[in-house]
Structure formats: structure tokens, C-alpha cells
Design a protein around this ligand. Structure first.
Ligand code: ADP
Ligand code: MG
Length: 238
């Protein structure tokens, strides 16, 4: 579903992504881990067309990402951020219908029907008319996931989706990603929730200084990391 070859991204003189290769098969849940500043967010932003690579290739669902189709492909890849980013002055339902109506020219009826289905998938049926500020952090993040789902994406990207949540709210967001995984959604998750990675991810990819230093089945990589940089990083997580 997602194929990356030789991806390079520089900011000023700094090489932030230094030749990344990545394959995300359809239906996989891939965890992206690594120390702060190693390039995880930049990689996700490149996959979503929010950053333009300096070189290398990105293919989404068989289509090469380039200047001509970045906006269209962005709609195929949903992105969820640490800080929810719901529109504060719109109801939950209106948060979900805005992009489908404006970008996809859906009718109000169709957009609302799709939005209700997306809310049901994240366990938020009945929250349609609520203002985002009246929801808990976990509910807001689930609404943000539903907003991405309402665009019918081919894949979902999450950048530390539980890092801003109270500990007792983390599980409900992880549970949504597990449900989507069970339903066959392709997902890439940047997270520090190592138990979730071990239990739910198919593959873990370890980044360090803009390079993939190790990747493989999550249980294997976490139990017996081969690279010293992976061992250092996992040691720092305890
Ligand atoms: P991570 O998400 O793994 O913590 P990031 O992808 O956010 O890492 O950042 C990787 C490096 O790129 C960091 O050194 C960061 O300061 C730098 N960086 C990220 N975005 C920008 C930007 N827009 N301009 C300049 N430097 C940036
Ligand atoms: Mg980051």
C-alpha cells in the first residue's frame, strides 16, 4: 500500500531523512519507533504529502507521489496528530463532514451518513452535536480518527496519537487502532506505547538519525534487538 525508496529530506544543511526504504503492505499495522529528533514525524509528513522530499520515491496504492497529485493522494492517507486538531467552533459531526463536503463535494446527506458510520467505528455514536471542548482527550482523539476515516482513506498515519492523553484515556485510542487493524486498515503508527507495539504491530521499524537501523516482526525486534541503537533506544524506554 505504501512503498518508499531512497527517501531523502533536508532542512537547511541538515539531513533529516537519509535514504529511507519502507514497505507497508495492505492491512499491515507498522510501528515506527526511535529517539526524539530521528525523523519520525518528518517521514509521516512526507508520506502524507505535507513535506516534499529532496529525493527518493513514495508510492501510495501504486501511484507515485509527486507535485501533480500530492493534494489528491493526501486525501487517500488519513493523518492523526498528537494534538487532535479538531475545529473548536464546530460540532463533532460538522468536524467530520467539512472536508468530504468541501474537498469531495459530497451532499450534506451523504457526508452526514458517512460521518455517522465513522463515529460508530470509533465508539462515538451519540456525540454528533457535541462541541469538541466538551469531550475528554480520548474522545477528542477518537473523533479526530473518525474525521480521517470519513474521507475513506486507503491508509492511516498516526503521530504519537496517545502522547497528549491522560494515562487512563490511552487504552481507548489504542483499541480503535486495533479494531481498524482487525477490519483490514493499513496503518503506520509513531508511538512510545511499547506494549501496544509488541501486541498489536505486525512490523516495527526503528529509525535513528534519519535511517532505518532495524525492522522486522514486532515481537522479535522488541525481544531480541540486533542493532545496538535499537537496544539503546529500548533501554531508554524502560
Ligand atoms: P521526531 O518526530 O523523530 O522527533 P522530527 O521528524 O520531528 O523527529 O525531526 C527530525 C529533525 O528535523 C529534528 O532535528 C528537527 O529539529 C528537524 N526538523 C523537523 N521539522 C523541521 C522544519 N520544518 N524545519 C527545520 N528543521 C526541522
Ligand atoms: Mg515527532
Amino acid at each position: 500500500m505504501i512503498r518508499v525508496r531512497g527517501l531523502v529530506k533536508r532542512f537547511g544543511g541538515d539531513i533529516v531523512l537519509d535514504g529511507i526504504d519502507l514497505d507497508v503492505p495492505e492491512g499491515a499495522l507498522v510501528a515506527l519507533i526511535g529517539p526524539s529528533g530521528c525523523g519520525k514525524s518528518t517521514l509521516l509528513r512526507c508520506l502524507n504529502g505535507l513535506e516534499t522530499p529532496d529525493s527518493g520515491e513514495i508510492e501510495i496504492d501504486g501511484e507515485r507521489l509527486g507535485p501533480g497529485n500530492a493534494a489528491r493522494l493526501r486525501g487517500r492517507v488519513g493523518m492523526v496528530f498528537q494534538s487532535f486538531n479538531l475545529f473548536p467552533h464546530r460540532s463533532v459531526l460538522s468536524n467530520l463532514t467539512l472536508a468530504p463536503r468541501v474537498v469531495r463535494h459530497r451532499s450534506r446527506e451523504q457526508a452526514e451518513a458517512d460521518a455517522r458510520l465513522a463515529l460508530a467505528r470509533v465508539g462515538l455514536s451519540g456525540f454528533e452535536s457535541r462541541a469538541p471542548a466538551t469531550l475528554s482527550g480520548g474522545q477528542q482523539q477518537r473523533a479526530a480518527i473518525a474525521r480521517a476515516l470519513a474521507m475513506a482513506p486507503r491508509a492511516m498515519l498516526y503521530d504519537e496519537p496517545t502522547s497528549a492523553l491522560d494515562p487512563e484515556r490511552v487504552g481507548e485510542v489504542l483499541a480503535v487502532m486495533r479494531d481498524l487493524d482487525a477490519g483490514g486498515m493499513t496503518q503506520v503508527v509513531v508511538t512510545h506505547e511499547m506494549r501496544f507495539v509488541r501486541e498489536a504491530a505486525d512490523t516495527v521499524v526503528v529509525l535513528d538519525h534519519g535511517r532505518v537501523v532495524e525492522s522486522g516482526p514486532a515481537a522479535e525486534v522488541l525481544a531480541a534487538p540486533r542493532d545496538a541503537r535499537t537496544r539503546n533506544f529500548l533501554g531508554s524506554m524502560q
